[in-house]
Design a protein around this ligand. Sequence first.
Ligand code: AMP
Length: 279
Amino acid sequence: MASEPVKRGGWSINDFEIGKRLGQGKFGRVYLAREAKSQYIVALKVIFKEQLEKYRMHHQLKREMEIQRNLRHPHVLRLYGWFHDAERIFLILEYAHGGELYKELHRIHHFSEKQAATYIASLSHALAYCHEKHVIHRDIKPENLLLDHEGRLKIADFGWSVQSQNKRHTLCGTLDYLAPEMVENKSHDYAVDNWTLGVLCYEFLYGAPPFEADNQADTFRRIMKVDLTFPSTPHVSTDAKVLIMQLLVKDSAKRLSLEKILQHPWIIKNADPNDTILK
Ligand code: AMP
């Protein structure tokens, strides 16, 4: 494989051959592209400056880019670099051939325990790495998880992440995945990502997040009460439910740590060590 694209003095659009459109985001489009000199395949995310300014998102994007640029982990989507012209900003991203994990989940309704445990182990490794670097993602949800050509999970989209050693005070993230301390707008720390792992583990196994409701107010209430019920489906083992219950704990200090998730009997029994690339 060609080595990753590097360039002194800055990239421009002329360095790339543009291929098919991979997707459409809120602020622009994503294309398959090849760096002409190295022939390296990447995903090029094109963001219109006008859109960014309209939604006052430029500070957030800048933060996202700076954080992601410095992260190097097999389960974190690489950002190789960026450049801009008068109207657009281009992000040079690792290409995730398998696309969104969300689409795969909806296609097959729920994952097997083996698949779910493998993804949770990959996420735990990646988040442990992020937390070590003082990055809290805060917006882990299936739409932000991509798969590479071998089906390995990659965390993408650092739009809501923060790099800080202090407890944070802003309310953000997507409702169904929010930890109680975020719903209540209290200060929060790394443990918000551990809560989200519990939500995701449930969604991977049952096909829908645990606190889903018809309206936002009811979801808030269900999260605050930790109103957790398990459908009686035979494909989910007791060990999996125990892990979910150890993560969906209201007191953030009592949630299972990432290290303990990786030692959990359900993970040990089900996660495929070949798909979970260790640090
Ligand atoms: P986004 O603007 O990040 O929400 O991206 C829009 C869509 O483009 C996503 O839903 C994916 O389907 C696709 N996409 C984004 N980034 C990549 C990537 N690095 N590799 C492959 N597909 C991508």
